[in-house]
Write a protein that binds this ligand. Sequence first.
Ligand code: HH2
Length: 291
Amino acid sequence: MTDQDSKRGGGSEILIWPTGRLDFSSGCLVMGILNVTPDSFSDGGLYFDADRAVAHGLRMAADGAAIIDVGAESTRPGSKPVPPGEQIRRAIPVISALAGQIKVPLSIDAHDVEVACAAVDAGASLINDITALADDRMADLAAKREVAVILMHMQGTPAAMQANPSYGDVVKEVLAFLLERAGKAQGFGVPRERVFIDPGIGFGKTMEHNLTLLRSLDRFVATGYRVLVGPSRKRFIGQIAGREDPQERVFGTAAVVAHCAAAGVSVVRVHDVEAMVDVVKVANATGQNPP
Ligand code: HH2
């Protein structure tokens, strides 16, 4: 492991696993968001049609996304669960089509094991689980099917998580939870380097909690696990910049993305791939973790 690796966490610069490959040698990478939903908080309905979703996925790959994260259920504050069968109906045709056309690893944003399993069958190489393997069957699936996992912290459930988020020490509690779940993943047989941890910006967190976590990213990176952060167009950015419309939060998102890259984060999950690929390239070159 080089010095640079230890700063960014996760071990060797190129991660190769049976179902995917990611090259971290230049620093932070961009994950493009593909929401095949009618109601996501910032792009709901735009890619609900499968053909439009596939076209957007191809566009993001051409724009430099290193991973494309397909989600079929909005988890915005106040959202209600979407039945697994409906998520499968939305996501799987899109994953199958993209898997047949591009080499960019695909991830499934799901916490239902049925959905994740169908996505892996269709060609997904990462499972992005906002419940961080709450379901043992998800941990077993990830291990047996040799995919990578993204473990996100959330306090409560999307329906009520923003009602009254409360922590004693937010960084300590989020870190302890993620380390426990990373241990669970490894206990089921997912190799350590295939485990990503994510503080879960906006998931049961006030603006102050989000900012405290973002200011403490070095402590997440220091765990040695690769860190993923999903700040894109989120409400705290709107509150700081005075932008009500999520689509107007692109510059604010860029500031957070540059901060993440400089802090040693391995992957940022974003909507605006073309712009954020530029941001990350420049931040990688000028920040604490130059190529
Ligand atoms: N944020 C969202 C969804 N999935 N996954 C991870 N690992 N980290 C995140 O921060 C994260 C996530 C919410 O954003 P979005 O998908 O744009 O909205 P919606 O849930 O309304 O579809």
